[in-house]
Write a new protein. Structure first.
Length: 209
């Protein structure tokens, strides 16, 4: 049953890299490279319908009207694992500013614990991409979106690699208007709220901790 406002990017190159990333034999070096590459590839689809505005320019031959992004872009990784997607996205959107939201799951209660927030001052009117490879219970993503809304953000998209049905349901129970972009919707969470089949602990695999 498809989820409303969820975009699954099933590009064959992304799926190939995601399969390599899931494989437990990928060490932190390979994991980092793959996460960076997949994030960059996802940007095309995630930004496909962003608004543009006309921009008059002068080519070497004559005046013409080009088109550029209508709003500045802010990239907001959820720490830690979201950092692994930031450079890949920035390669395509090099003018983006970066905000950071530190959120981790309490391993016992599974509740999100917010420990750091820093956003660019003009974030409210920008196009925000909130990035985190994993959407599991949805607690971290939901808390991050609530924080961005309090900061006045009006245009945002949540970009992850692997989403669990439980996480999609929680995120959209609180923030139904925020589109979710992912490379896969996996089967379910296990008893410790890890995604199955998933890819394990994204932060630990990325940073080798
Ligand atoms: C991971 C992941 C998400 C969160 C998803 O972070 O990067 O932020 O779990 O789980 P949820 O949807 O159930 O909230 P983690 O809490 O492991 O923190 P870390 O990146 O600092 O290791
Ligand atoms: N966080 C992760 O890094 N992986 C999961 O499977 C769930 C939450």
């Amino acid at each position: 049953m498809p989820f409303a406002n969820v975009h699954i990017i099933e590009h064959p190159v992304i799926q190939t890299k995601l399969t390599e990333l899931r494989d437990y034999t990928a060490d932190h070096r390979k994991f980092r490279t793959l996460l960076d590459e997949i994030a960059g590839l996802m940007v095309y689809e995630v930004t496909r319908d962003w608004p543009t505005m006309p921009k008059p320019i002068q080519t070497p031959l004559e005046k013409t009207i080009g088109h550029v992004l209508a709003r500045p872009v802010t990239l907001v990784p959820i720490l830690r694992a979201g950092l692994g997607m930031a450079d890949g996205v920035l390669k395509l959107l090099p003018d983006a500013r970066l905000g950071h939201l530190g959120v981790y799951r309490n391993e016992t209660t599974l509740e999100p614990v917010a420990y750091y927030q820093k956003l660019p001052p003009d974030v409210a009117d920008t196009e925000v991409l909130l990035i985190d490879p994993m959407l599991a219970t949805g607690g971290s993503g939901t808390a991050a979106i609530s924080f961005l809304k309090k900061a006045g953000v009006k245009h945002m998209r949540f970009v992850c690699l692997v989403a669990a049905p439980e996480g999609i349901q929680m995120l959209h129970a609180h923030h139904p208007e925020v589109p979710i972009y992912c490379a896969a919707v996996d089967r379910q969470l296990n008893e410790k709220a890890y995604i199955l089949p998933g890819l394990g602990d994204a932060g630990d695999r990325l940073f080798g901790t």
